[in-house]
Design a protein around this ligand. Structure first.
Ligand code: ADP
Ligand code: 5GP
Length: 185
C-alpha cells in the first residue's frame, strides 16, 4: 500500500468505451477507488443510485456547489456532473488510487488543482466507430446521440493536452496499456 494514493483522470467521448475499459483494468488492479460522481441526468436502464452515479436534482446539485462539496463540476449535454470532494480526499489519505471518469473541462480543473494527477484520454478508433458504439449501446435517444457526437468532435481536439492517449480499438489491449501507465506512474 502507498503512503498517499494517486489520481488518474480518464476522459473520452461518450460511447468510446471508458466504462468497458476501466472495468477490465479493475479486474487486474485492485488498489483503486472509482470516484462516483453526482449527476442531474436520468439513470439509464440498469444504473443504480450510488453505484454508477448519485442521481440528484438540479436543486440539490446547486446546493452542493454552493457548499463547496465538489472537487470540480461541469455541464455536459444539458446536464450537470460533479466529483464529490470528500471520498476522493479520504481515499488518497488511505493510500488508495482514485480513478475519475470525467469530461474535458473537469479534467482541466483537476489537473490545475493537482498537477501530479495522471490524465488519460481514451479515444475511439474513428468517429464512425464511436457512432456505432453509441447506437449499439442502445441507451440514448436519437437527439442525445446527435448531441454526444457533436460534443465528441470538440472533445477530441483536447486529447493532446492529456499525459496519455489510449485508442480503444480492442478493449483488452487498451486496458493493458492503462495497466502499464499505472505501473509506470
Ligand atoms: P463510455 O463509458 O465511454 O460512455 P461504454 O463503456 O458504455 O462507453 O461503451 C459504449 C459501447 O461500446 C458499449 O455498448 C460497449 O459494450 C461498446 N464497446 C466498448 N469498448 C469496445 C471495443 N473495444 N470494441 C467494441 N465495442 C466496444
Ligand atoms: P454519461 O452521461 O455518458 O455517463 O457521462 C457524460 C460525460 O460526463 C462523460 O464524458 C463523463 O466522463 C462525464 N462525467 C461523469 N462524471 C463527471 C464528473 O463528476 N465531472 C465531470 N466534469 N464530468 C463527468
Amino acid at each position: 500500500m502507498r503512503e498517499k494514493g494517486r489520481v488518474f483522470i480518464v476522459s473520452g467521448p461518450s460511447g468510446c468505451g471508458k466504462s468497458t475499459v476501466l472495468k477490465e483494468v479493475f479486474r487486474h488492479y485492485k488498489n483503486y477507488h472509482f470516484s462516483v460522481s453526482a449527476t442531474t441526468r436520468a439513470p439509464r436502464p440498469g444504473e443504480r443510485d450510488g453505484v454508477e452515479y448519485y442521481f440528484i436534482t438540479e436543486e440539490k446539485f446547486d446546493e452542493m456547489v454552493e457548499n463547496g462539496e465538489f472537487l470540480e463540476h461541469a455541464r455536459y449535454a444539458h446536464c450537470s456532473y460533479g466529483t464529490p470532494r470528500g471520498p476522493v480526499e479520504a481515499k488518497l489519505r488511505e493510500g488508495v488510487d482514485v480513478f475519475m471518469d470525467i469530461e474535458v473541462q473537469g479534467a482541466r480543473a483537476v489537473k490545475a488543482a493537482m498537477p501530479e494527477a495522471v490524465s488519460i484520454f481514451i479515444a475511439p478508433p474513428s468517429l464512425q466507430v464511436l457512432e456505432e458504439r453509441l447506437r449499439g449501446r442502445a441507451t440514448d435517444s436519437e437527439e442525445v446521440i446527435r448531441l454526444r457526437l457533436e460534443t465528441a468532435r470538440v472533445e477530441l481536439t483536447q486529447a493532446p493536452h492529456y499525459d496519455h492517449i489510449v485508442v480503444n480499438d480492442d478493449y483488452i489491449r487498451a486496458a493493458g496499456e492503462i495497466l502499464d501507465i499505472i505501473n509506470n506512474a
